[in-house]
Design a protein around this ligand. Structure first.
Ligand SMILES: Nc1ncnc2c1ncn2[C@@H]1O[C@H](COP(=O)(O)OP(=O)(O)OP(=O)(O)O)[C@@H](O)[C@H]1O
Ligand SMILES: [Mg+2]
Length: 231
């Protein structure tokens, strides 16, 4: 389990600076596949910064992040982008769907960019569209669907390639309580189906409690006493 290659995500001594200030300091995490981890902590603690670093969107000042056995520091920009397409799915608070494309075209996009053949794309999109209850609105654009439907499409897009790691930053934060529940249930079901590691940032203790492990970030560090997900 300590071998980076057998874990979905390994973080060693990660430090991130923003605007010349340290935002994350000496973060260590060892996270296997097929588990769910809630990241909690006060506003400004560094949770979103951590998620961005895990997904290769935010470079480390020191330390390393290993995703699906690949050390992000050792990849070129192109290789990192490729790894993100295949191995990392992001779900953010707002769906981030491309407004000009239908929901199903949005879901297909990362698969097409990853070079999947057209038939494979079509079949996989049809599968996640059905699983996420989007059949009746899949050909509509994001502006023509509800917030809950758009967020379900964002989940579908994130998991379509069956990534090793799904990174979710307050994915239900903009929804009403009914849709919050529905989207969270579907997100958890999808990561289980795909065998992905889910790292979920949330302020909601009830959402955090649905995850197998908890990591609390305070002042850019993993808070003492929550070693369950530490490594
Ligand atoms: N571009 C930047 N330059 C300088 N400091 C930044 C920059 N972006 C973020 N920060 C600072 O980094 C710290 C961590 O920000 P981050 O967005 O990771 O917090 P967070 O834990 O996600 O907070 P929230 O719960 O409010 O979303 C904050 O103090 C923030 O002000
Ligand atoms: Mg944040």
């Amino acid at each position: 389990m300590d071998d980076p290659a057998t874990n979905a995500l390994v973080v060693e001594g990660l430090c991130v600076d923003l605007g010349g200030q340290p935002v994350l300091s000496s973060v260590n995490l060892t996270l296997p596949a097929a588990t769910t981890v809630a990241v909690t902590g006060p506003s400004g603690a560094g949770k979103s910064t951590l998620l961005n670093a895990l997904g290769g969107l935010q470079p480390a000042a020191r330390g390393r992040v290993v995703v699906a056995g690949r050390d992000l520091n050792r990849l070129s920009d192109d290789e990192r982008a490729e790894l993100r397409l295949r191995e990392v799915g992001f779900v953010l608070q707002s769906s981030g769907l491309v407004p000009e494309l239908s929901l199903q075209e949005n879901i297909a996009l990362p698969l097409e960019l990853a070079g999947m053949r057209r038939r494979g794309v079509r079949d996989r999109v049809a599968e996640v569209v059905a699983q996420l209850g989007l059949t009746t609105c899949a050909s509509r654009r994001p502006s023509e669907v509800s917030g809950g439907q758009a967020q379900r499409a964002a989940v579908a897009r994130a998991v379509a390639a069956r990534p090793s790691v799904v990174l979710a930053d307050e994915p239900t934060g903009a929804l009403d309580s009914t849709n919050r529940e529905i989207v969270l249930d579907l997100l958890l079901e999808q990561v289980e189906r795909c065998g992905s590691l889910l790292v979920l940032v949330t302020h909601d203790p009830q959402v955090a409690a649905r995850c197998a492990r908890q990591v609390r970030i305070v002042d850019g560090r993993v808070a003492a006493g929550v070693g369950a997900a530490g490594g």
